[in-house]
Design a protein around this ligand. Structure first.
Ligand code: F6P
Length: 341
């Protein structure tokens, strides 16, 4: 069997570990051949391929990014996009596709599968917001990067008696903010799931200074004050219609200084959270997803996606992958409130 592999959407640590596991097991156990599709959906859409075999995956386990490249190309926005992909796959002698991606990429995979193309999904995102799996790989690495940054910010905050605000990724779900904030001992954690009250945030900050400590605020990029921002610009969107976020930490910097009279500084971690080598947890999870995805392909389990359920890797319907966005439950968030202020 000849299998196409692509990585789509925002990259994340562990993508190369999945590709390596697919190729190594597929070659060893079933004699599979592979075609690498470059830059997400752009690859099968424009027949943009790269050689993919055991030779190409040697040494890539610890490498961040993806050897196949990625993009946010959306074939559903291209006229005849799905048909073009199916025709290109046929021309390449590709029997089926393994698609490694998040909500958007897997949504396209579902449409392709519904139109009769053989597809297997592998979930990835540093945001950890896919409902069908307990964890996505990339998340643990991002949390550790953010936690290390928070640890460092504590010491400089104390030296200068400042408020330090750390903005982390998380568009609709505050998993990175919640986990890194809890692990890093943040004094306030703000997530997209719950609009925050600015006066309450300032109250926590003042309380922290009264106790002779300098506060650290961890804020997810998608967090919003009650009632939203006064001048929100929603015009800058990508091919999947997502508004380009970023800026809440700098907004908070100004507001906190004005309301508390304390010096505040913002740090936006941005794409640092997505780059570099994966943690051991992410390497293992990504490898196990790859091993199970290629098994699913060889057993004819098309239209399915690998998912972590407790400690087991299961197969779920591709549709389940994109059905529910997994957000931070209020009761979990409330558990952290004892550390606020
Ligand atoms: O979906 C993963 C993610 O890292 C989000 O947390 C973030 O909002 C987005 O990607 C950023 O995307 P881009 O790299 O296209 O700016």
């Amino acid at each position: 069997m000849r299998i196409g592999v692509l990585t789509g959407g925002g990259d994340c640590p562990g993508l190369n570990a999945v590709i390596r596991a697919i190729v190594r097991r597929g070659s060893a156990d079933w004699g599979n051949e592979f075609v690498g599709y470059r830059d997400g959906w752009k690859g099968p859409l424009e027949n943009f391929t790269a050689p993919l075999g055991v030779e190409q995956v040697r040494g890539i386990l610890p490498r961040g990014g993806t050897i196949l490249g990625s993009s946010r190309t959306n074939p559903l926005k291209v006229e005849g996009g799905i048909e073009t992909i199916a025709a290109n796959m046929e021309a390449n002698g590709v029997d089926g596709l393994i698609v490694i991606g998040g909500e958007d990429t897997l949504g396209v995979a579902k449409s392709l599968s519904d139109s009769g193309v053989k597809v297997i999904g592998v979930p990835k995102t540093i945001d950890n917001d896919l409902g069908a799996t307990d964890y996505t790989f990339g998340f643990d690495t991002a949390v550790n990067i953010a936690m290390e940054a928070i640890d460092r910010l504590h010491t400089t905050a104390e030296s200068h008696h400042r408020v330090l605000i750390v903005e982390v990724m998380g568009r609709h779900a505050g998993w990175i903010a919640f986990h890194s904030g809890l692990a890093g001992g943040a004094n306030v954690i703000l997530i997209p799931e719950q609009e925050f009250d600015l006066d309450r945030v300032c109250g926590y900050i003042e309380k922290r200074f009264e106790d002779q400590y300098s506060p650290i605020v961890v804020v997810a990029e998608g967090a919003r004050p009650v009632g939203g921002f006064p001048d929100e610009d929603e015009s800058n969107t990508d091919a999947f219609g997502h508004v380009r976020l970023g800026g809440v930490a700098h907004w908070l910097e100004g507001q906190i200084e004005a309301k508390t009279g304390k010096e505040a500084r913002a740090t936006v971690l941005g794409h640092v959270q997505r780059g570099g080598t994966p943690t051991a947890f992410d390497r293992v999870l990504a490898t196990r997803f790859g091993l199970h995805a290629i098994e699913a392909a060889n057993e004819g389990n098309w239209g399915r996606m690998t998912a972590l359920r407790s400690t087991e890797i299961d197969l779920v319907d591709l549709g389940d992958a994109v059905a529910v966005l997994k957000t931070v439950p209020p009761e979990l968030y409330n558990e952290a409130e004892v550390f606020f202020g």
